[in-house]
Write a protein that binds this ligand. Structure first.
Ligand SMILES: Nc1ncnc2c1ncn2[C@@H]1O[C@H](COP(=O)(O)OP(=O)(O)OP(=O)(O)O)[C@@H](O)[C@H]1O
Ligand SMILES: [Mg+2]
Length: 338
């Protein structure tokens, strides 16, 4: 175990050893957030005697989940631990409880192209035929689910926002699309989140079971969680309240998918008494790159203040890459202002 802690710097060691309650590690790129999260799991199992059965780790991609699983099993036996993306976790919970929502546990999950086809079919059944309207419907269905709103509630919400154009069509197509999914015992990707949130919210026994099981919850890339994901995580952490999240408010690139930077900036507000740690030593980049990054992200408006430094070499001068639209040539040049 000592060797495990020895592989961490002093700033990294603190959140690994501070295992109870809500803890947020807010740190820049390449500062060891994922390493800290992995080490913390090993620490919980080995030092605190926590059963892997009581641990849930959420990663952003399946690849990251696989890598994390491998890294942890190399250190300690972690059989029974849940390490997965939030979508895989939701699928697993839903397969065991689908009947509560009127589905069968063997429900299918539609790919993007299946989703497109069924929306198109619903669209035609409603007697619409304008391509642009179809495109809008597709976008709005996803947007409604990101906000966890039913067709009726979405209509009310959009009307309140003053967006009444095409609202009737959008709501009709959305309702029809949902009816098709239910008929076919199918869900789309957005549904996995929406239905899990609904299941946990409306079925106390299910919520108590999972929230009781997961004594420790650890979330990587927390800056990319959207509101529905945040709600699910919050409900899962409602019994033991041991939520550990690592993220970087300067790396939030999924705003278009509904990721809410407020989730990270308001962590302390959502979890009273939460502790926040920073990691400021970067292990991945040269001094030149870090200086540049610090200069750029300094302009971000809503951010927690932190400055990255490194013991790595100065490195060669940065090169600006100006990318143009597809099918056009891109230019590389050395600007003196960098
Ligand atoms: N204390 C340390 N000593 C040596 N190497 C370290 C240390 N901490 C992290 N590293 C190395 O630095 C690299 C970045 O670490 P890691 O991937 O955990 O950072 P991160 O903050 O999660 O990065 P990202 O922002 O990209 O998610 C990895 O190769 C990791 O092994
Ligand atoms: Mg990481």
């Amino acid at each position: 175990m000592n060797s495990l802690l020895e592989q961490l710097n002093a700033q990294q060691r603190q959140p690994v050893e501070d295992t109870e309650g809500a803890v947020l590690v807010l740190a820049g790129a390449g500062s060891g957030k994922t390493r800290v999260l992995t080490s913390r799991i090993a620490y919980l199992i080995r030092e605190k005697g926590v059963s892997p059965f009581n641990i849930l780790a959420i990663t952003f991609t399946n690849k990251a989940a696989k890598e994390m699983q491998e890294r942890i099993s190399a250190i300690i036996d972690s059989e029974g631990m849940w390490v997965s993306t939030i979508h895989s976790m939701c699928t697993r919970i839903l397969r065991n409880n689908a009947e509560r929502l009127g589905f069968n546990g063997k429900f299918s999950i539609y790919s993007e192209s299946e989703r497109t086809n069924v929306i198109k079919k619903s669209f035609q059944e409603c007697d619409y035929d304008d391509e642009k309207l179809l495109k809008n419907c597709k976008w709005h269905v996803s947007n409604a689910k990101m906000l966890a709103l039913s067709p009726e509630d979405y209509a009310v919400y959009q009307a309140k926002e003053g967006n009444i154009r095409e609202l009737e069509a959008i709501t009709k197509v959305y309702a029809r699309y949902q009816a098709h999914l239910l008929e076919n015992n199918a869900m789309d990707f957005d549904d996995l989140l929406v239905y899990t949130a609904k299941l946990l919210r409306e079925h106390e026994d299910v919520r108590e079971y999972y929230a009781g099981k997961f004594r420790y919850i650890l979330v990587d890339e927390f800056q990319d969680t959207n509101n529905v994901q945040f709600e699910i995580i919050r409900m899962l952490a409602s019994v033991h309240k041991n939520l550990f999240a690592v993220g970087d408010d300067d790396q939030s690139i999924y705003g278009w998918r509904g990721a809410d930077i407020g989730n990270i900036l308001n962590f302390e507000r959502s979890f009273p008494g939460a502790k926040v740690y920073k990691l400021e030593q970067n292990y991945r980049s040269t001094k030149t790159i870090l200086n540049l990054a610090n200069t750029v992200i300094h302009h971000n408006k809503t951010r927690k203040d932190k400055t990255l430094w490194t013991e790595n070499a100065q490195g060669s001068q940065a090169v600006a890459f100006e990318a143009e639209k597809r099918n056009r040539r891109s230019h590389v040049h050395r600007p003196h202002h960098l």
